[in-house]
Design a protein around this ligand. Structure first.
Ligand code: ADP
Ligand code: MG
Length: 705
């Protein structure tokens, strides 16, 4: 049969209904999807390292055989450690796998495998080198399979039960089957100008690069093929941003009245406290934008707890006093609920009508809410992405506020903007992004920074304790409860995992909740909050915590974003070594929000890995969000800083705005020249007309073409 880009993967050998379903869950349905699923790393499996030559501190790829293996169990509850001895023709190397129970049945003496990992000195046996948790791949009985060894091998992220190795085979086959040409969405002039390979060649290359390539350059994504694919993603993204910006500029914005005494009065009325100088400055900048007849496009940046919300609500006051509606979109239902309550309280004296729109409400109720939004009766509408649904129609939307907190892509935000002719837009974020980068990513976004904390904040004290100190920690909590305070305990997982090896020994929220409730704090009210609970259940628990009916809230990271209970002063984070630095900082931001001193206690091993140590030490040393973001960027590298999710939403598979900044700038210039010069109009139309539907959707280009 003839394979075209839209042919379904089911027709590929080795992909049965089960695997097809797993792939589809990850958005891989067609050949085109699959070929766009790119390796994240490469291994040189032509020149394997020899065990004899291994030195500590370096990363190696080895081909070896299992010499022996045994499982060592330290306690019954925790997983075992699998000790493996592998051998090549120059020597042998011990490896250790934490929670390696599953390896016992897999690894038999003589089994051939490829190992990839860092050589380290065994702390207990001077002079001995070992590998801890190396990545590995089992090899078949002979060398016949050309996708496994004897070449530079692509490493894919595993999908469900589909290992990197199996992914490699599937992709290899797909490339063989799909021999014909591929549409190339990039204009020919651009390919020529930058000497980029065709899309077909680039795709072939990044999956199975020729053996002559330098592996280091491949791993840095610096090959021409990588650069081309990265450029392509940036280019269409920038094209979309530029076209939308142009369209927005052609529409006159609303010139809100700002200076009238009645409006000043209204702002004073809603202000529950004296704003900080930084808050005043931010509001002045926003008010100036609101006054101008051009749509505002502004980022409000400030660390967790710096008081962005109140500034946003003051901006909303101006807009509402002008007779327009305001939409406030939050990334989670909990946060939307929180904003809703805060707004209702603050706006109660002004008498504004505030509505909440999330997905988990009854149909009849929702219909009524939608009706009030449509009639214009609802003045502030708070919600999640449910606000984006087509059924949500506003009578006179004047301002869109997005509480971004890392979670929304820029393009998604545009969907909300499309609900009115040219509303003003204010985005709140706690993530400091370098100015040049945000300019390039978001187009011409103006930035206001709140770089000052509200007065009376006592800095949070942060400690790092090992598990042995837990009894003392619980004792401390008891004293805080006695003084009328509340606390959080955070766990990395909801339930003990039966499958994921790496997580098997992690303490889980549900189990620990029972234990804390029954045995540690039987005299206190203990609550549980995690992501798999229904929205009403979550809301109910949060309400009770807010009303102090719960003393101790056992939670997962669902509380990371925006939860605001000033009376909660202590946070204990178990397995703190497992959390990212920004995540720890976000979590910590939940306490010390009142005038009382907050204490954050991170429970983690005394000697975690290097990165974990740096994360924990940074948390102990500073509460400065900018410093934390910078350190986090250094630790994780630009690759992960934005989080895969953010990448995905921007429409990027390969491109990384921080790492590939030069290409981003280049793509921006090229896209702008296509959009801004009237002479380029026909070329732009042609380009968009031949762009596959899928791509138009991906970059949201269809609606602006
Ligand atoms: P952010 O959204 O930036 O994380 P919030 O707007 O939620 O921060 O404010 C954090 C807490 O500080 C809230 O409880 C808020 O009521 C309070 N707050 C904000 N501004 C001030 C101020 N100027 N004076 C006193 N308290 C303030
Ligand atoms: Mg907030």
């Amino acid at each position: 049969m003839k394979v075209v880009p839209t042919t379904e993967l089911m027709y590929l050998k080795g992909v049965g209904p089960h695997r097809a379903e797993l792939l589809a869950k990850r958005g891989l349905r067609t050949f085109d999807d699959l070929l766009g699923y790119l390796p994240f790393r490469y291994e040189d499996r032509i020149h394997f390292a020899k065990i004899r030559d291994i030195a500590p501190g370096q990363i190696y790829t080895l081909q070896a055989q299992v010499a022996s293996g045994s499982l060592v169990r330290y306690t019954r509850a925790r997983g075992g450690m699998y000790h493996l001895l592998v051998r090549d023709d120059t020597g042998s190397l011990p490896c250790k796998f934490f929670h390696g129970d599953y390896l016992e049945s897999k690894l038999k003496p003589g089994q051939r495998m490829v190992l990839h990992g860092k050589a380290e000195l065994d702390p207990n046996r001077p002079g001995r080198i070992e590998m801890i948790n190396p990545e590995y791949e089992l090899l078949g009985a002979d060398d016949a399979d050309s996708t496994e060894v004897g070449r530079i091998v692509p490493i894919y992220e595993a999908i469900g039960g589909i290992s990197s190795r199996v992914m490699r085979r599937i992709v290899y086959q797909a490339l063989e089957k799909f021999a014909g040409p591929m549409t190339d969405p990039l204009p020919a002039e651009l390919l020529a100008r930058y000497k980029f390979p065709s899309r077909r060649d680039a795709i072939q290359f990044v999956h199975f690069p020729p053996s002559t390539e330098a592996v280091a350059a491949l791993n840095a994504f610096r090959s021409q093929a990588h650069q081309r694919l990265i450029f392509e993603e940036f280019f269409f993204y920038q094209l979309s941003v530029a076209m939308r910006k142009k369209a927005a500029q052609q529409q006159p914005g609303i010139a809100f009245r700002v200076r009238e005494p009645a409006i000043r009065e209204a702002i004073k009325r809603v202000l529950p406290f004296k704003p900080t100088d930084a808050q005043k400055r931010a509001l002045a900048e926003i008010a100036a934008d609101l006054e101008r007849p051009v749509p505002m496009n502004r980022l409000l940046q400030g660390d967790v707890g710096s008081g962005k919300t109140i500034v946003a609500l003051e901006a909303a006051t101006i807009v509402i006093e002008n007779g327009y509606q305001v939409a406030l979109m939050a990334p989670t239902e909990i946060l939307a609920g929180q904003h809703y309550l805060a707004a209702r309280k603050i706006f109660s004296r002004a008498g504004y009508k505030v509505e909440l729109l999330v997905s988990g409400v009854r149909a009849a109720e929702k219909r009524e809410t939608l009706e009030r939004v449509k009639s214009g009766e609802a003045q502030l509408v708070v919600g999640t992405h449910a606000l984006l649904e087509p059924t949500v129609e506003f009578a006179r939307l004047g301002l869109v506020i997005v509480d971004e907190q890392h979670r929304f892509g820029v393009l998604q935000r545009k969907e909300l903007m499309d609900k009115a002719a040219a509303p003003d837009v204010l985005v709140m974020t706690a993530t400091p992004i370098p100015r040049t980068l945000s300019l390039t990513l978001y187009g011409d976004l103006d930035i206001s920074v709140i770089d000052q904390m509200p007065p009376g904040r006592v800095p949070i004290e942060t400690n790092w304790r090992s598990e042995a100190h837990l009894p003392g920690v619980w004792e401390f909590l008891r004293r805080e409860f006695a003084a009328g305070r509340q606390a959080y305990v955070v766990y990395p997982v909801i339930e003990q995992s039966k499958s994921a090896e790496s997580q098997r020994s992690l303490k889980a929220a549900i189990v620990e909740y029972e234990r804390l409730k029954q045995f540690v704090f039987p005299e206190r009210k203990v609550g549980l909050l995690h992501g798999r609970m229904k929205s009403e259940e979550k809301e109910d628990v949060m309400d009770r915590f807010r009303r102090r009916e719960i003393d101790l809230l056992v939670a997962t990271t669902v509380i990371e974003v925006g939860v605001d209970v000033p009376n909660a002063t202590v946070m204990v984070i178990e397995h703190a070594e497992r959390f990212g630095l920004s995540q720890l900082h976000q979590l910590r931001g939940r306490i010390g929000r009142g005038g009382e001193k907050g204490t954050c206690i991170m429970i983690a091993p005394k000697t975690p890995g290097d990165d974990a140590r740096l994360r924990l030490e940074t948390m102990v040393r500073t509460t400065n969000g900018f410093e934390i973001a910078e350190t986090d960027l250094k630790i994780r590298g630009p690759g992960e800083f934005f989080g895969t999710r953010q990448h995905g939403e921007l429409g990027f598979h390969l491109a990384n705005p921080l790492r590939d900044f030069d290409l981003l700038e280049l793509a921006r210039r090229e896209a702008l020249s296509l959009v801004e010069s009237p002479a380029a109009e026909p070329a732009r139309r042609r380009l968009l007309a031949q762009l596959p539907r899928e791509w138009q959707r991906r970059y949201r280009l269809a609606s602006v073409g």
